[in-house]
Structure formats: structure tokens, C-alpha cells
Design a protein around this ligand. Sequence first.
Ligand SMILES: [Zn+2]
Length: 118
Amino acid sequence: MNFPFCQKLVKHIFVKTESTDELLKQLQKKAHSINKKYDPRCEFMRWRDSKEGKMWKKKTWISQNRCCAICHQKIVLKGSHIDHIRPIAKYPQLAVEKQNMQVTCSHCNVSKGSQVEN
Ligand SMILES: [Zn+2]
């Protein structure tokens, strides 16, 4: 048996495995950031926190007579929610579609969850 050759081979495999693991880690990091960028919920949150999103919410809240679109109770803008009429979970393509959004109280938005309103 060629002992030095085996030793060299094992060392080589070990080094390659380590560098492959490192590359895999980097790829996973990249995949995670790409997924985050294109995740519909993240896309919505970026829009919601943008100047345009904030302006849309205020305008819509005023057009709804400062009421929740579901229970019709008066609500304050701060703490109100943007509800997706057709939920993001089932309609990710409508995540930032304004016609699919309404301003609601937190209770209505949370209790509605991922149900589709008829
Ligand atoms: Zn409500």
C-alpha cells in the first residue's frame, strides 16, 4: 500500500471538502438574499414603508371616511393595517396591487388572516 499517497489523497479530499463547504455557505447566503428580495411579503413591506406606500395608506384611509374597510368603525391612521382583500399567501402576484388593498383596524386584519373575502 502506498501510504504517503493515501495520506496526500486524504489531505486533498479534506481541503476540497472544506472549500466546498465554504462555497456552499456563500451560495446559501446569496440564495437567501435573492429570495428575500423577491419574496412577495417583503416586496409589500418595502412598498408599505416607502413614501408612496405611506401616502397611499393615508389617501385610502381618508377615502374610507377614516373607517375600517371591514367593520366600518372609525380608526386612527397610526396603528391601522393595510389588508390584502385577496391574501398574499394565495395571491402573491397581488402583493403590491393597490386594488387588492384596503385600510382596516388591526383586529379585522388579524382575525381575517389568509381567508378570502367574498
Ligand atoms: Zn375593523
